[in-house]
Design a binder for this molecule. Sequence first.
Ligand SMILES: [Zn+2]
Length: 343
Amino acid sequence: MKVIEKYNDSLHNPFWKYQLGPETYEVKDTPLRVASIKEALGESTDFEFVTAQHYPERLISRLHPYHDYIRNTSASLANDEEEFYPDLFPGEGAGLKKKVHEPLWGGIWCTDAVTPIKKRTYEVARASAESALTGAEMIREGTERCVYALCRPSGHHAGPRVFGGYCYFNNAAVAAEFLLPSGTVAIVDIDYHHGNGTQEFFEEVKSVFTSSVHCDPSSEYPYFWGYAEETGKGQAAGTNHNEPLPKGAGKREYLASLDRILAKVRDFKPSYLIISAGFDTHRDDPIGGLGLDTADYPEIGAAFAALDLPTLILQEGGYNTSTLGECVRNFLTGFLDAHRNSR
Ligand SMILES: [Zn+2]
């Protein structure tokens, strides 16, 4: 399986996190996550690392009205140590049209103060989206049946209005829009947190089926989205499906939810499948943590392979750097083994 990556090093390494007061303690989205995944995949001959291609900025900027704000703010910082956090959040309807791409006014574009901009953030977020695009192009052209893009930063909390939750550009949405002229797309998000940005992108688009299995948002981020009654809007009614789970949910409960999602994917008959693969569902994750163990991920990967679709797997969350790589490898190996056995 091809593993797409680009610039996955220390370029984006936030130090501060403002949450219940300023904290410097252990920001969890660190480059060590990528190192953990690369080390685990590097131990197997099943995986071949490939550098992501360059794509026109338009493929990202057309989906994100805050694209230029992120680019300009990154460019405005003097050095790699500086971090920019907006401190003014005017809310919807604010009359800031002339200033929306200036750093000081960035609170109109983001939802929180845990997603700072550093000097290299734009470059790294763009490379993450380009990794997704490279994988999307491979499955569209049919050169690969299944590709994994090692995206960091993650994308699924970044929406069509605002970004946040460690995410800048929505890699799944960028890939889906790239694929749409060639067919329909189903997106399944298995991160511990609901993929609110992805859902918002497509909740009125009937050619994209979106779904997510995640911890119940009444007690977990992103709190305001991810409930079972959110099923799509207007002409796209019925094309979104959420499976919120209680925090302690184990493998049996998890797989039952996933089965209900995959049945709906089959009914939708998509041309392409995108998996937003977060591994903060592992029981020892410092941010998330359902009742899943490292050894549970092959079966989860195999369930997706049974759909037998051109598949793009995108890295989302997962913050326990001592287990993350093994979770990813187990998921991908489970997928590959099931795929091979079905041929
Ligand atoms: Zn997550």
